[in-house]
Design a binder for this molecule. Structure first.
Ligand SMILES: Nc1ccn([C@@H]2O[C@H](COP(=O)(O)O)[C@@H](O)[C@H]2O)c(=O)n1
Ligand code: CDI
Length: 182
């Protein structure tokens, strides 16, 4: 049986605003998170964990921050795309674990809603999706309240015949011309 694990990590800085999108829930706060999209740092980390398990690159390769199409986009679009790749490759997401790292806002009161939001997007039972939080003991950029970091792990199990995935050829540097013999 093919069982895969992927990890994801993301950071977004605080800026002006009245709350942060975190794992699909708008959490009231005296600031917001800045990004090209809605800056849902938890959902980005989970999306990257799924791409990682599939060995299919990262969120920025699928949704380039240089592409105006994704400006202000809801991060559910990115997670839904990663899940479409899971299905296309014959896998099932069996477990996900997201950790949000910040002093504020406090995440605990929102974890049930976050798990339900991620469950609705992924189609996975909320009992298989974990969201938790930690501070960094006031150390570093999260400790100073400059932004929020998120880590995620995703576990995939192959449940349908694997579809072959072509591995792109390794770029080959052009062979330098041989020196002309005198
Ligand atoms: N933004 C946060 C950070 C932490 N929590 C909860 O508080 C507990 C204690 O945090 P430590 O960093 O001191 O371990 C943590 O286990 C979380 O339950 C939170 O809700 N929101
Ligand atoms: C999500 C994308 C979409 O353009 O932009 P950001 O919201 O800036 O988020 P990031 O975590 O930096 O990932 C890169 C992009 O794919």
């Amino acid at each position: 049986m093919d069982i895969r694990t992927g990890n994801g990590f993301d950071v977004h800085r605080f800026g002006p605003g009245d709350g942060c999108w975190l794992c699909g829930v708008k959490v009231a706060h005296d600031r917001g998170l800045m990004g090209h999209s809605d800056a849902d740092v938890g959902m980005h980390a989970l999306t990257d964990a799924i791409y990682g398990a599939l060995c299919e690159g990262d969120i920025g390769q699928h949704f380039p921050p240089s592409d105006p199409q994704w400006k202000g986009a809801e991060s559910r679009i990115f997670l839904a795309h990663a899940m479409s790749r899971v299905a296309a490759r014959g896998f099932t997401l069996t477990h996900a674990d997201v950790t949000l790292i910040c002093e504020f806002p406090k995440i605990g009161p929102h974890t049930v809603a976050m798990r339900q939001a991620l469950a609705a997007i992924t189609g996975v039972d909320a009992g298989r999706i974990s969201v938790k939080a930690t501070t960094s003991e006031r150390l570093g950029f999260t400790g100073r309240g400059e932004g929020i970091a998120a880590m995620a792990t995703a576990t995939l199990v192959q449940t349908a015949p694997m579809q072959p995935v072509p591995i792109p050829p390794t770029p080959v540097a052009p062979t330098p011309p041989k020196p002309v013999q005198a």
